[in-house]
Design a protein around this ligand. Structure first.
Ligand code: ADP
Length: 164
């Protein structure tokens, strides 16, 4: 059986922590669909098209990984794409409560899709898109924590909007 996993998220922007999870997932799943949430209620800094471009360029080295976007219920999207698994990353205990609730709700909505939690390398356990944006906004260096493509986009965005 071919196993397809959806890795959903905002990826605003994708970090090396996300990429670490993807590189581990590539060894487990036949296909991974990185699915960016279209919901603008989350007020992302980078527009969806830019977030997708960055993810596409950094996962191009993995032939089994594709990039897409979705809105509505994640389980509906997973079912429509024929996925058996949802991948989520767990960095610390603080991620656990929310992720646990989501996983159980998704299981109730669609018992045929299993949520799989993966831990990144400990060197990325403190990295979040939110913190990275904050550091770049204030002029700090995030080299090694985020792909260069993402750093450039963030800098360009803050240069056009000001540091806020
Ligand atoms: P969301 O808005 O759905 O939380 P994110 O893009 O912030 O989207 O995160 C997507 C997934 O990746 C989540 O499961 C999150 O816990 C995980 N994740 C985020 N940062 C890291 C990291 N540094 N290492 C491992 N997993 C991470």
């Amino acid at each position: 059986m071919q196993v397809t996993a959806v890795y959903p998220g905002s990826f605003d922007p994708i970090t090396n922590g996300h990429l670490d999870i993807i590189s581990r997932g590539v060894r487990l799943f036949d296909r991974i669909i990185v699915a960016l949430l279209r919901n603008e209620d989350k007020a992302p800094l980078l527009p969806l098209s830019e977030r997708i471009e960055i993810v596409r360029s950094v996962v191009s080295r993995y032939p089994s990984v594709t990039v897409d976007s979705f809105d509505g219920l994640l389980v509906d999207y997973a079912r429509a794409r024929g996925a058996q698994a949802i991948v989520r990353g767990l960095r610390a205990l603080s991620d656990f409560e929310y992720e646990f609730q989501m996983a159980l709700m998704n299981r109730r909505l669609e018992p045929g899709v299993e949520t799989v939690f993966m831990m990144p390398s400990e060197g990325y356990s403190y990295v979040s898109s939110h913190l990275v944006k904050e550091v770049v906004r204030l002029g700090g260096d995030v080299t090694g924590l985020v792909p260069v493509e993402a750093i450039e986009r963030l800098k360009a965005r803050y240069a056009s909007t000001g540091p806020g």
